[in-house]
Design a binder for this molecule. Structure first.
Ligand code: NAP
Ligand code: GDD
Length: 348
């Protein structure tokens, strides 16, 4: 039986990856941060909370990362933990460097010191391409990061390459394009829309405030994307892979489609609020995942329309259950409404 360590097991991808690895017979360990209120709803939602071993660790603390690797004795490390919200990286740019960039070095150094035979997956991102690059983007497309988050991820990308080439560590970059699901955090635009559409259709909310409606993303379905992380570490040689659907759609299209699911006209409810505009935004991402399709034998089956439908229907069902008085693991009810937050720039 193999051991796997997932940093960031409490996040969207961490939870789905844990579920996948358990189904493949792995012993699964995961790091979590000590918070004033525990944040295990995704693991509970997937009904796997009791099947994983949790290790407290923070990416800013090297000793805790070292200890996580010592305790879990992993064959494979999936490094997913990061401050993953691009908008927040403009508000906390130093944190982006500390957590999202240097965190990678702390994990790689621990592997190098403890057991260089451990295989390593780095959660790289399509944000590396930023603005100024033509689409579709593949492994050869130059990077042009356009946020503190993307710059931090660029550092992580190169550290992964350097440890592979310099120390012979089996280290891979998964250059994943946006992937969404009902487990997506509520700040991200897709889940913000699906949650609002569900509430509006039930009369619990009257409008949806968004930022840049013209931005285009290549949106896929998260449970399908975590499979690629595992596939990369099962190859004979380590490498870097773009993972994407190959389609691109605007935020406006996502909103239109989501309101269509509940037979409402998006234009009656969506308003642009400048608080949700970023100092710099990536205008268009569209991936070319031919290499992954060829070498990993992977291809996505859930495309845009189905993804939107899955997310809206799930949020609708949650709000209906909530109204019936059911209690279940879920994030939305504890989330503050926009009207109650008074920060300078509110990226929710
Ligand atoms: P997510 O839901 O935001 O999860 C991020 C995880 O990192 C959470 O478990 C979080 O813990 C943890 N974390 C944050 N700061 C930490 C710190 N200082 N120390 C330890 N753990 C910390 O993100 P995701 O969507 O699952 O994405 C997983 C990874 O893939 C991230 O690195 C992200 O940047 C990258 N990525 C995501 C996408 C996408 O579209 N989803 C695309 C490309 C790349 P808490 O639960 O305590 O906050
Ligand atoms: N969050 C948010 N909220 N985004 C909005 C809003 C809003 O109200 N209105 C418009 N947008 C636009 C953003 O400006 C951006 O252009 C697009 O919607 C997508 O924003 P997010 O859903 O926050 O995701 P992201 O593309 O910035 O980043 C995600 O994908 C990356 C991969 O490309 C994250 O998961 C990153 O961690 C990941 O690396």
């Amino acid at each position: 039986m193999k051991n796997a360590l997932i940093t960031g097991i409490t996040g969207q991808d961490g939870a789905y990856l844990a579920q996948l690895l358990l189904s493949k017979g792995y012993r699964v360990f995961g790091t979590y941060r000590r918070l004033s209120t525990p944040n295990f709803w995704r693991l509970q939602y997937l009904d796997i909370f009791d099947r994983v071993t949790l290790i407290p660790a923070d990416l800013v603390d090297s000793s805790s990362m070292m200890s996580a690797i010592n305790v879990s004795a992993p064959d494979e490390v999936y490094h997913l933990a990061a401050q993953s919200f691009v908008g927040a990286s403009f508000d906390q740019p130093v944190g982006a460097g500390e957590i999202t960039a240097l965190g990678v070095t702390r994990v790689l150094e621990s592997i190098r010191e403890i057991n260089p035979a451990i295989k390593f997956y780095q959660a790289s991102t399509s944000e590396l391409y930023g603005n100024g690059n033509c689409v579709p983007q593949n492994e050869q497309t130059p990077f042009h990061p356009s946020s503190p988050y993307a710059a931090a991820k660029l550092y992580g990308y190169w550290l992964t390459t350097i440890y592979r080439e310099g120390y012979g560590i089996f280290a891979c970059n998964g250059i994943l394009f946006n992937h969404e699901s009902p487990l997506r955090g509520l700040e991200f635009v897709t889940r913000k829309i699906s949650n609002a559409v569900a509430k509006i259709s039930l009369g619990l909310q009257d409008r949806l405030l968004l930022g840049n409606l013209e931005a285009k993303r290549d949106w896929g379905y998260a449970p399908e994307y975590v499979e690629c992380m595992w596939l990369m570490l099962q190859q004979d040689k380590p490498g870097d892979y773009v993972i994407s659907t190959g389609e691109t759609h605007s935020v406006k299209e996502f909103a239109l489609k989501a309101f269509e699911v509940v037979d409402l006209d998006w234009q009656k409810y969506v308003e642009v609020d400048e608080r949700f505009l970023r100092p710099l935004d990536v205008e268009c991402l569209q991936g070319d995942s031919s290499k992954a399709r060829r070498e990993l034998g992977w291809q996505p089956s859930v495309k845009f329309d189905e993804l939107v439908e899955i997310m809206v229907r799930e949020d609708l069902s949650r709000w209906e259950r909530c109204r019936r008085g059911e209690a279940f693991p879920w994030d939305a009810p504890s989330y503050p409404s926009e009207a109650r937050i008074l920060t300078r720039s509110l990226h929710v």
